[in-house]
Design a protein around this ligand. Sequence first.
Ligand code: FES
Ligand code: FES
Length: 161
Amino acid sequence: MRLSFVLNGEPVSIQVQPNTRLIEVLRKDFALTGARPGCLYGTCGFCSILLNGELALSCMIPVFRVHNCEVTTIEGFMETREFRDIEIGFLRAGTVPCAFCASAKVLTTHWAITSHPTPSPADLKRAVAAVQCRCTSYGRYANAIRYSAEVRRKRLHGRGR
Ligand code: FES
Ligand code: FES
């Protein structure tokens, strides 16, 4: 099956078995390795990407579903101004994600603060739970999301609080 979609802002077209997992296509056909294969059954969150701007698990998406859609991986997201908000937020919280979870945490944070610009404790809990990292404290990761939201609000509206 030939599929066309927008990948990190560029139109792409590929001949592929329609049920191939999106994560495999990203990693093997496009050499985009930021989305990590963890559990491969929709639990760990390490394979997160943005699909039409929404957080999505690329291990659970058969590639035919992205036909005519917009896919953003961490490689594309890092080129955006939005990425910088999150970079600053994480630095301010004093937490540096490891190479395995960084892409998922950054994209999850972006999704969380885009859908909830002033995240409530429940929003933070939901966002932290989306990536199964056992080596960073809940408080640090939640602070990183909160600070990222402040940076984003300040950039967009001139006030962080
Ligand atoms: S690899 Fe674990 S949710 Fe996709
Ligand atoms: S899995 Fe990366 S910091 Fe915990």
